[in-house]
Design a protein around this ligand. Structure first.
Ligand code: AOF
Ligand code: ZN
Length: 333
């Protein structure tokens, strides 16, 4: 095995993108230098990667005394939904641990130190790929608030609806399909009551035209009531009667939402941008001009070019006639 940590990252990436827990992979190399077991985490409530790898080694009848564990995240010390991985690793006789990212979760962190105190050769072995895989999760846990993506579909002149309120459709099939795949990877979708009243959206994740097994929580913010709207079709939806962005983020953090998608309308999107909590923008742009109507983003109080919110262009993707620009605004980590 040339690079067990790279393999661990590859395994980790098979875990689900959404959910409260990180994507973690583990490779156990036996004292003989051969792979003894592999595992990855399948989401909250299922075994952690380390335990999955130990179980895999047992199922294969492999010896773990003197083994080295390569884990993409520092092994946990806590009993949460499952037991502490530091105990599982030491009980299995693992002699050395290499972990690629320090755990930012205060309840679970400190595994490296605990293992060293037990005589295990545990070392932090940073990997950019491991960090990148859980970038959003790491930020969400460290900042105690969800990672925020603001998304809109606009015309070339930045309009998201015509002046009569109509907005179907700005972007084409391919862009809408892409947006459904993004929805399937997030924990919650936030919209304002205005959007619910005007568009009556389903806010479901339907990649490939079919409801995904994971449906994000639908979150409606604002003071208006919207009885009978499609968002209320089942109980995977909540109403937050506030305009305070901090209150919305605290409520979603409380529910262990790590990544949230703001889908408008303009008032809500503007409020999140104004509060400086948007980490990423997904702007779908259609080759269309309206000249009048709603702007994707309202006044942010920016009066001069030097004060513009400047993102880093992470990706530009052609989707049929349309283009998606993904810009990262996030600071830190
Ligand atoms: C995971 N998978 O493979 C590892 C994790 O309370 P629990 O049991 O759901 O544990 C979640 C925490 O455990 C998580 O926030 C992280 O700090 C730590 N390690 N978590 O979900 C894993 N190794
Ligand atoms: Zn664990």
């Amino acid at each position: 095995m040339s690079d067990p940590m790279a393999r661990a990252v590859e395994l980790a990436s098979r875990g689900p993108e959404h959910g409260p827990n990180p994507r973690v992979g583990c490779v156990l190399i036996g004292a003989n230098g051969h792979v003894a077991g592999e595992g990855f985490h399948l989401g909250a409530g299922t075994p952690h990667a380390e335990v999955a790898a130990i179980e895999d080694a047992r199922a294969r009848g492999m010896e773990l005394a003197g083994a080295t564990a390569y884990v993409t995240l520092e092994p946990c010390t806590h009993t949460g939904r499952t037991g502490p991985c530091v105990d599982a690793l030491s009980a299995a006789g693992v002699a050395a641990v290499r972990y690629a990212v320090d755990d930012p979760n205060p309840d679970a962190a400190g595994g490296g130190e605990v293992l060293r105190s037990r005589g295990v050769d545990a070392q932090y072995a940073p990997s950019v790929a491991a960090h990148e895989l859980n970038r959003r999760w790491l930020l969400a846990v460290a900042r105690r608030r969800p990672y925020v993506i603001a998304k809109w579909a606009a015309t070339l002149d930045g309009r998201t609806a015509a002046s009569d309120g109509s907005s179907f459709w700005i972007t084409g099939e391919a862009a809408r399909e892409h947006a459904h795949a993004v929805r399937a990877g997030v924990d919650a979708i936030v919209v304002g009551t205005g959007t619910v009243a005007m568009d009556d959206p389903w806010l479901s994740a339907r990649p490939g035209g079919r409801e995904d097994g994971h449906q994000p929580l639908r979150v409606v913010v604002g003071n208006r009531s919207t009885p009978g709207a499609r968002v209320w079709r089942d109980d995977n939806a909540i109403e937050l009667r506030t305009h305070d962005v901090g209150v919305v983020l605290a409520a979603l953090h409380e529910r262990e939402c790590r990544v949230v998608l703001i889908e408008g309308g303009s008032v809500v999107t503007t409020a999140f941008l104004h509060a400086d909590v948007v980490d990423e923008i997904h702007a779908y742009v259609a080759p269309m001009v309206l000249g009048a109507g709603t702007s994707a983003v309202g006044d942010l109080g920016i009066r001069t070019m030097a004060d513009a919110l400047r993102g880093q262009n992470l990706a530009t993707t052609s989707l049929g006639e349309d283009v998606l620009i993904v810009a990262r605004l996030e600071k830190g980590l």
